[in-house]
Design a protein around this ligand. Structure first.
Ligand code: RB5
Length: 146
């Protein structure tokens, strides 16, 4: 499995930890930056970089970390084909995959502990889309153009 990961300065420390966690699970991780916590950067730049890799099929899933996880989700969802969710519990991560076929998960580097985010990400990557009654609903989202 290939996963693209990115963060802004507020998510940098956790991005590094989460990247190591994914690699230790044998997951092929591409890090799009940012590469330090010292410089203030704009989260949409990293959201778009991860979203582009998921939309093109280059990565199966994306993981994004910012202060809250919220801005990253808003930005990533601007990219066609991306269904990004901001998640703080493993149960919601599971449901976002099973029911919504979400392909990007965004987490908070400032307000949620790293151990909790690891569980969120493991639940997200470990849950398949259920399809069935959910498939047509996701298809409606995918077809929507503004
Ligand atoms: C950066 O200060 C912060 O606004 C950003 O990391 C994020 O929380 C935005 O949603």
């Amino acid at each position: 499995m290939r996963v693209a990961i990115g963060s802004d300065h507020a998510g940098y420390e956790q991005k590094e930890q989460l990247k190591g966690h994914l690699a230790s699970r044998g997951i092929d991780v591409e890090d799009v930056g940012t590469f330090s916590a010292g410089e203030s950067v704009d989260y949409p730049d990293y959201a778009f970089a991860v979203a582009a890799r998921v939309a093109s099929g280059d990565a199966e899933f994306g993981v994004l970390v910012c202060g809250t996880g919220l801005g990253m989700a808003i930005a990533a969802n601007k990219v066609d084909g991306v269904r990004a969710v901001s998640v703080v519990s493993p149960k919601f991560a599971e449901l976002a995959r099973a029911h919504n076929d979400a392909n990007v998960v965004t987490v908070s580097g400032r307000f949620v502990a790293e151990e909790d985010n690891k569980q969120v990400i493991d639940a997200f990557l470990g849950t398949p889309f259920e399809g069935g009654r959910h498939a047509g609903r996701v298809e409606k989202i995918n077809r929507k153009r503004s």
